[in-house]
Design a protein. Sequence first.
Length: 188
Amino acid sequence: MSYFSETEARSIIRDTYGQVHSDGVAVAEALYSTEELDRLPRGAVTFALGVGHPVRHAALKPGETVLDLGCGAGIDTLLAALAVGPGGRAIGLDMTPAMLERAREHVGLIGLGNVELREGLLEELPLPDASVDAIISNGVLNLSTRKSRALAEMVRVLRPGGRVSLADLVITEALPEEVLKSPAALAG
Ligand SMILES: C[S@@+](CC[C@H](N)C(=O)[O-])C[C@H]1O[C@@H](n2cnc3c(N)ncnc32)[C@H](O)[C@@H]1O
């Protein structure tokens, strides 16, 4: 059971990520290699807000189309775009306009022509059925108030044989009520 309606939860999450500040390089340095970070604009590195490295496990190949759910400022979208190359396509999707704005700036700085950024929700993906080869996501699914709907949308847009590589938080014991009621805890 959730203490927040879907509308309330989305508004809290959008506000939180709309105002989030760059937090230095500690997160990125813990998750990515120096070689990877050296290829990216500094802003994409300092705005890394994930919990793992989904691109590393996605087995991306040149020419593929990859979708990054909750792309934030774009660190994994950019790494995915580099992996699929100019003949492939990386689509970064996020519901927070301010994060997409940052991602857009970082795409411009690195000069990649194979990235598309889209505003949208995990639970209502603005993509046709069977249109992507791989889905990546980093620290996002835990924020969804309708996780089964988000998973069903992933299945819908994946091509037959498509792959999903998710990095996320897993709760192994019940959370106390004060945490469940906290907007700050909801938004991570
Ligand atoms: C913890 S940040 C992770 C950003 C990025 N994946 C990274 O690794 O830096 C979570 C991101 O997911 C987005 N987000 C949260 N819930 C979402 C939803 N239901 N649909 C689309 N985006 C969502 C937020 O706007 C935020 O940019």
